[in-house]
Design a protein around this ligand. Structure first.
Ligand code: ADP
Ligand code: MG
Length: 341
């Protein structure tokens, strides 16, 4: 064994590179974090340009709040955030981000060029390479932010090796963008890959239209609108009629307070709402949105923030299952009556 050296603090660049692994697993993680920042900045329009499944380049342009010139460097510092300031805020999260880790993590393992303007002062342009700020200068710019990421994983080759095929990485990116678009139909979002448009939403806050854009017009025609609320939860969304199913659960999206969440129990509640109407191994296409008090949600469970902890998970599951069940029951009156003839 090597003789151990004295304990010393790692440089911030090295510690950022190490922790980057938790937040940025693949190109799709970069897209998720940057688009979430654009959403948090109040953008009404977000354009995403991908090259070679994100390995050549990822560019996100938004028209959100931008960053003031004296704050641009700070945005790349670990645990620096504008979204929370005290411990209490952790139980009242209204933004998608709050950990202040995404930009420093991405910048630690790539070449980042950001242009940003808050529309009040001159804009700024900053370039960060492998965690080091290469240059910062004033720039003429309209309000908003563009972030371009190149040479992803150039200094962490083990990450590169771990990536799957280009088509798998692209489908992970598409998946991330689809869920973000479903979560925020009020934002006009576009995704292009190698210059070819993959998705474009209108930003007119029409969820059914976004569903049509992602899953097709035929699917859209078979989606049933669901709405329900009680004192704790408000539920809106769409779920497929029992004759339109898929062999995988991945067409189920649950969105809580604008955040797509991965939660087996809640997904299962949707399936439970179908009772015996689904065949074994078949699953619906569903987009279910829940609004509830942020004080009942712990988002700070995992760096990617897709897993959350709910203090009333049981009640929410029951509420989802009952809502779906009652809407499907109403819908079935007609076919049942015909069968009985
Ligand atoms: P977090 O989102 O958790 O706060 P990030 O590292 O993703 O941490 O971003 C750091 C900060 O940079 C944010 O808190 C925000 O103030 C600013 N920022 C990042 N991206 C944007 C953007 N697209 N528009 C405006 N501000 C941004
Ligand atoms: Mg963020």
């Amino acid at each position: 064994m090597k003789v151990m050296a004295k304990i010393h603090e790692l440089s911030s660049i090295l510690s950022d590179q190490i922790s980057a692994g938790e937040v940025i697993e693949r190109p799709a993680s970069v897209v998720k974090e940057l688009v979430e920042n654009s959403i948090d900045a109040g953008s009404s329009r977000i354009d995403i340009e991908i090259n070679e499944s994100g390995l050549k380049g990822i560019k996100i342009v938004d028209n959100g709040s931008g960053i003031a010139p004296d704050q641009v460097k700070l945005a790349f510092k670990r645990f620096a955030t504008s979204k929370i300031s005290s411990q209490n805020d952790l139980f009242d999260i209204h933004s998608l981000g709050f950990r202040g880790e995404a930009l420093p993590s991405i910048a630690a393992i790539s070449n980042v060029a950001m242009k940003t303007s808050d529309g009040k002062q001159h804009g700024s342009e900053i370039q960060v390479y492998g965690g080091e700020i290469i240059k910062q200068m004033p720039a003429e710019l309209r309000r908003g932010t563009s972030v371009e990421v190149k040479d992803l994983f150039f200094n962490t080759p083990h990450r590169l090796r771990y990536l799957k095929s280009a088509s798998t990485e692209l489908s992970k990116i598409t998946d991330v963008v689809n869920r973000l678009a479903l979560s925020h139909p009020e934002i006009a979002i576009s995704l292009t890959h190698n210059g070819k448009e993959i998705l474009r939403t209108s930003g007119r806050n029409n969820l059914l239209q976004v569903i049509a854009g992602i899953y097709g017009n035929q699917t859209m025609k078979k989606m049933l609108e669901i709405k329900n609320e009680n004192e704790n939860f408000s539920l809106t969304g769409y779920t497929s009629l029992p004759d339109l199913t898929r062999a995988s659960r991945k067409y189920i999206s649950i969105i809580i307070n604008g955040r797509f969440v991965k939660d087996f129990t809640l997904n299962h509640a949707i399936i439970e709402g179908y009772g015996s109407k689904l065949m074994v191994g078949r699953f619906p296409i569903s987009v279910i949105k829940i609004e509830m008090s942020p004080s009942l949600i712990d988002v700070n469970v995992h760096p990617t923030k897709q897993e959350i902890r709910l203090s009333n998970s049981r009640e929410l599951s029951d509420f989802i299952a009952k809502s779906i069940y009652s809407f499907l029951a109403k819908e079935n009156l007609i076919p049942d009556a015909m069968e009985n003839k």
